[in-house]
Design a protein around this ligand. Structure first.
Ligand code: MN
Length: 290
């Protein structure tokens, strides 16, 4: 049975948040996991992180970790110094996640986010640099038993991995058991001919899965082909976590980074925002049949 989670930033306007509140909230709503932002955790004190780890343990909530590497840590960048700093940063993140009882890091960890845009020539060169960096990072990931889940995202956010095909080819080159793919329905809707075919193509290489509607509302409120998507996950024998990543309210750094320029919640109160997450969880459980 797949464990179901949600990204904390559904409720937040800033990337740094009091994760203990969200651990308790998602427990109450019936989720199995909470996804948190790894960079903000690394910036916290050891005591703060211990409090979060202990709260998650007490509540029986698994933590999953994601990040878009800041441009200063772009492991695919032109500067060797930046790539070196990026690999060192990834190692710090793996060590931190391991200390919190985690076992995965997902997101744009093969380059950086946000990304300014580039030519196809840049993409080819950056892809080669990224493969070398990921080979090195994978050794550290193995040491800390962390699975790297490389997120395939749409062209407006990155140029290196836009389709599952590119993702599969990339990780074949990296050639490490520690490196898998993260597919996300929001991005697949933009880039793939068929999200279901993309899932089947990823197959065994799928390490983590993000869900959301085309406009990033909670699953079930839009026109994503959920039936096809969940059928494909089943046929790919995907047993990993499924984490929803809705963004519906504008404001703050989250609103600006995610480009939320209108209220997509329909003027929902805080209570209704919670209810929408709970309703989406029920929808997903019904779809996967658990
Ligand atoms: Mn995602």
């Amino acid at each position: 049975m797949n464990k179901i989670g949600i990204y904390f930033a559904y409720w937040e306007r800033e990337w740094k948040a009091d994760y203990c509140n969200y651990i308790r909230k998602v427990k109450k709503l019936g989720f199995d996991c909470l996804e948190v932002e790894a960079g903000s955790l690394l910036a916290m004190s050891r005591e703060e992180r211990e409090r979060i780890r202990n709260t998650a343990q007490e509540e029986g909530i698994e933590l999953t970790f994601c990040i878009g590497l800041p441009p200063a840590y772009d492991v695919a960048g032109e500067s060797a110094e930046t790539r070196k700093a990026g690999i060192a940063y990834l190692k710090q993140l793996f060590c931190m996640i391991h200390s919190m009882g985690g076992n995965m890091l997902g997101g744009i960890i093969y380059s950086c986010w946000p990304f300014a845009g580039a030519s196809v020539e840049y993409k080819l060169a950056a892809t080669k640099r990224s493969i070398l960096s990921m080979r090195e990072a994978a050794k550290a990931a193995e040491e800390y038993q962390i699975t790297c889940c490389l997120e395939v995202v749409n062209r407006f956010e990155q140029c290196i991995l836009n389709t599952a095909r590119e993702g599969v080819d990339f990780i074949r080159e990296v050639d490490s058991r520690q490196v898998k793919l993260l597919l996300d329905t929001f991005h697949m809707n933009i880039e793939e001919d068929s999200p279901a075919d993309a899932i089947r193509l990823a197959g065994d290489n799928l390490g983590h899965f993000h869900i959301g509607e085309c406009n990033r509302k909670v699953p079930g409120k839009g026109h994503m082909p959920w039936n096809e998507i969940f059928t494909a996950l089943k046929s790919a024998d995907y047993k990993g976590r499924i984490v929803m990543e809705p963004f519906v309210t504008p404001g703050g750094q989250v609103g600006s980074d995610i480009k939320i320029y209108r209220d997509l919640s329909g003027g929902a109160t805080a209570e209704q925002i919670d209810q929408d997450a709970g309703g989406a969880l029920e929808f997903v459980r019904k779809q996967i049949g658990n």
